[in-house]
Design a protein around this ligand. Structure first.
Ligand SMILES: Cc1ncc(COP(=O)(O)O)c(C=O)c1O
Length: 379
């Protein structure tokens, strides 16, 4: 029996607990078999009502701001691994209080805060993000490894020496990648930073490991990690976001209107691409819609239009098995990771509810949004 979407108010994000647990079980298997630690990258998935489930499998999160570090402390119950491209001075004292690890994006940032870290009553393990200068990511927007990228120090800037007090290195150059890409990154890291690998305690391999995608070769990942760990005798940390919530839920919407202008038909729904699914326009990509497929070249399909007034708030073109009518549901697949974290209240359009489809078959409404959520964002 499927999820009883007909009974839901729309729009609504619905996380499927069983699918989340399936991903977490796989991640946990890699933790155990490779002897590595996984932490959740909040930037990809920070639906904190699901953290009690996440905590059954992994213990920790990576935060990229004070707010994410606070969420980790409050809702995961542990100190965060915090990294930011540059820290905001007025926030740093609080960040130190609630972080077990702090990774700096540059040597200068580390030098700026080194004294404060040394004076702090708790030990905070410090790392530096480095740029291994290799990535399989082709989209420039998502490639942090280009030689002039602002993310991560280049080898030459170290002038042959790791700054005193640095215990770890961090890299993040993958995006929805496989274990063979990771293997190549590690070869490049060794080539450039091999000398430093002997001097540190931990290596954080960032995110972008899409091990929960059905085609991912998990056994190969385990082999790569085991081999690297044995060779360098390091604590290995991986911090994916997407992999945790990959294919774990839908955005359920309803058709509000259908317009036909000079032969171009647009089905208008009660959600917005720009406000609720921005990656469909930014990346851009064609989301999977239940009962539909993307139109082939030369084939006439229909556009799906969002409810905001942005002219470009539409995607297309799709061909439906049975074209939906006003009042019908339209379900967008895989709308949990990087979708929920990026929503806005642009135009004041109704924000989707947040629901969890529990493993006992109950759909739990976790949060409903209203006028005050819109009003409180600004003043
Ligand atoms: C530093 C860092 N770590 C982890 C992640 C998570 O990556 P993903 O969700 O692709 O696994 C990101 C994503 O941008 C990142 O910038």
């Amino acid at each position: 029996m499927g999820i009883p979407y007909q009974l839901l108010e729309t729009p609504a994000f619905v996380l499927d607990e069983s699918l989340l647990r399936r991903n977490l079980e796989l991640i946990n298997r890699v933790q155990n078999e490779a002897g590595v630690k996984f932490i959740l990258a909040f930037k990809g998935f920070s639906m904190w009502s699901a953290f009690p489930i996440v905590k059954e499998y992994v213990n920790g999160a990576t935060a990229s701001s004070l707010n994410e570090a606070l969420l980790c402390f409050e809702e995961m119950g542990v100190k965060a691994h915090t990294y930011a491209a540059a820290f905001i001075p007025s926030e740093f004292d609080q960040i130190m209080d609630i972080s077990s690890h702090i990774t700096f994006n540059s040597i200068r940032q580390y030098e700026t805060y080194k004294q404060k870290i040394e004076n702090h009553p708790n030990h905070i393990s410090c790392g530096i993000r480095v740029n291994p200068e290799w990535s399989d990511v082709k989209t420039e927007l998502y490639n942090p490894a280009s030689p002039s990228s602002r993310l991560g120090e280049l080898y030459e800037n170290f002038q042959g020496k790791l700054p005193d007090g640095i215990e770890g290195l961090h890299f993040h150059v993958l995006c929805e990648s496989n274990s063979f890409a990771l293997e190549t990154v590690l070869e490049n890291l060794e080539k450039r930073f091999g000398k430093f690998l002997k001097q540190i305690k931990w290596l954080n391999m960032g995110g972008g490991h899409l091990l929960t995608r059905s085609t991912y070769n998990v056994d190969h990942l385990i082999q790569v990690l085991l081999k690297f760990k044995q060779k360098h005798n390091l604590e290995i940390i991986l911090e994916p976001g997407s992999a945790f919530a990959w294919e774990t839920g839908d955005l359920v919407t309803r058709v509000l209107d259908i317009v036909d202008h000079r032969g171009v038909k647009t089905i208008l729904i009660d959600a917005s691409f720009t406000a609720h699914m921005p990656d469909t326009l930014e990346m851009p990509y064609n989301p999977t819609i239940v009962g539909a497929r993307v139109a082939k070249e030369g084939e006439t399909g229909v556009r799906i239009g969002g409810t905001s007034c942005l002219a470009g708030d539409f995607i297309g073109d799709y061909v439906f098995e049975n074209e939906p009518e006003i009042g019908d549901l339209m379900i967008f697949k895989d709308m949990i990771h990087y979708t929920m974290v990026k929503t806005t209240t642009f135009n004041g359009v109704k924000h989707p509810d947040i629901c969890i489809y529990r493993k006992d078959g109950i759909v739990e409404l976790v949060k409903k949004f209203g006028y005050l959520d819109f009003k409180n964002r600004l003043s």
